[in-house]
Design a protein around this ligand. Structure first.
Ligand code: HEC
Length: 440
């Protein structure tokens, strides 16, 4: 799937995290010297620099509760568990099956470095060979690198109600989901050719998703998303730290709602600080005036038939799809979408409908709600192929969980970007852009 030839460049998380480690700034000599006079061991500092300080910076960003830039910061008591030192939680969270740090997981050799250090009681280091962390990684918006003039872009950003000024995230508001509605002002035939996130205030920004919908959202231009998302909302573009955005192939344009449709920008904030944060982050897109040779759209695969019994681990929901296409379908990318209980999602293609000729279209063995990335693909689906999407959940609650748009409900969707637009549709016809049916 991750062919190096891929022109579809939704960057995986690790690219930017690694890049943040090679800033050319001169480190502050006082940086790693705790009150105790100790510094971080060099191998541990190297892991933290490349994998953690994008978020756990000297001024923590993207909702991270603390810095991980000095030995002292690892010895302090944790924000969430005031009787436990941060280093103990570090040792746990790098292995956490549900909420690993970082979301993309550490490679084995780096896990081993953290494990050895934690097992030894997180010793400090003294002397000139100790590790140092450059505490000033540059934050640049992926949108700054979009290949089009800023004045020509489609822009969807968080804003105060009424549309003027930045959105204000209240102090100590923790984990919140805010939605911003926009009426489309695109002309019929206008398409997106590239998109990327504008990261405005990174301090409380966790991740964001841009959806398209046909109906006017009922809840005003700024609203709490829980329970208020229209059912037909289709994923268009998403961002989490490290996602560098996407440029479509030169002959393909992404279909956009015309001036009868709407966009919803869903922003997940995580403000752990007492101070309010003002933010205008969102998605920017490059536009074509005329349709390109091929028009792509986002198609919904999966199931609406979700009923997960209470206290059940590994419950499966399976949705089948036999697209009514008579021509080949060119896939560009896939985005898994479940809520908090989702643990894995995969979509399999059965060539010619045959179970013995299976090829994976998407395989997310360890799903994390925080990682809203589109995974690139160059797969070509043929008429007669059938698809099966399987979602797995761990329902740790004492309630049954059903399909729905609230955070505590569940979903089982694979949003597939492919051309021609609408080719992955079944019962509802091509206009529905969804292929949802019984398990094959
Ligand atoms: C993409 C941003 C990001 C990266 C990269 C990241 N973290 Fe985090 N971290 C967070 C956020 C946001 C939270 C708070 C939410 C949570 O606990 O899941 C957090 C919480 C934590 C906590 C829990 C603190 C507490 O008081 O409960 C630990 C421990 C932690 N991170 C360690 C690490 C380590 C170690 C690394 C690198 C190996 C790392 N993180 C990389 C964003 C990040």
């Amino acid at each position: 799937m991750r062919s190096p030839r891929s022109r579809w460049t939704a960057a995986p998380l690790l690219v930017a995290l690694a890049a943040s480690g090679c800033g050319g700034e001169t480190p502050d000599p006082a940086t790693n010297t705790a009150a105790s006079g100790l510094s971080l061991p060099p191998d541990v500092a190297r892991v933290l620099q490349t994998r953690c300080v994008t978020c756990h910076a000297a001024t923590p960003m993207y909702g991270a509760p603390m810095a991980l830039t000095t030995y002292a910061s690892t010895q302090a008591m944790a924000a969430s568990a005031p009787t436990r030192p941060v280093w103990r939680l570090m040792g746990e969270r790098v292995h956490d099956p549900v909420r690993p740090m970082p979301a993309a997981r550490l490679p084995e050799d780096e896990l081993a470095i953290i494990d050895r250090w934690v097992a030894a009681g997180a010793p400090g280091c003294s002397g000139s060979t100790c590790g140092r962390i450059d505490t000033t990684p540059a934050v640049t918006s992926p949108a700054a690198r979009l290949p089009c003039d800023p004045s020509t872009r489609g822009v969807f950003t968080a804003h105060a109600s009424g549309g003027t000024g930045r959105f204000r995230v209240a102090g100590a508001s923790g984990n919140t989901n805010k939605c911003f509605a926009f009426r489309s002002n695109f002309r019929p035939g206008q398409q997106a050719t590239a998109f990327a996130a504008r990261v405005d205030s990174s301090r409380a920004l966790h991740h964001l998703i841009l959806f398209a919908t046909d109906a006017q959202p009922g809840a005003g231009d700024v609203f709490d998303c829980d329970g208020n998302m229209p059912r037909d909302a289709r994923f268009l573009a998403g961002w989490a730290p490290g996602n560098e955005g996407s440029v479509l192939p030169p002959d393909v344009g992404l279909e956009l709602p015309d001036n009868t449709g709407w966009f919803i920008l869903q922003v997940h904030y995580w403000n752990t600080t007492a101070e309010p944060v003002e933010d205008a982050s969102g998605i920017e897109m490059c536009l074509s005036d005329a349709p390109r040779a091929h028009t792509a759209s986002v198609h919904t695969l999966g199931s609406l038939n979700i009923a997960i019994p209470p206290r059940t681990m590994g419950a499966e929901v399976v949705g089948g799809c036999t697209p009514e296409t008579t021509e080949p379908v060119h896939v560009l990318g896939s985005t898994a979408h479940m809520h908090r209980l989702g643990v894995s999602l995969r979509t399999e293609v059965f060539r010619g409908g045959r179970a013995d000729r299976m090829e994976p279209l998407l395989d997310v063995p360890e799903y994390s709600f925080d990682e809203q990335v589109s995974r690139p693909s160059e797969m070509v689906l043929m008429p007669g192929d059938t698809l099966r999407t399987t979602c797995r959940y761990n329902n740790t609650t004492s309630q049954p969980v059903y399909f729905g748009e609230r955070t505590e409900d569940e979903m089982c969707f694979n949003f597939v970007l492919a051309w021609p637009a609408g080719a992955l549709s079944n019962a509802g016809g091509r206009a529905a852009r969804r292929c949802i049916g019984r398990a094959p």
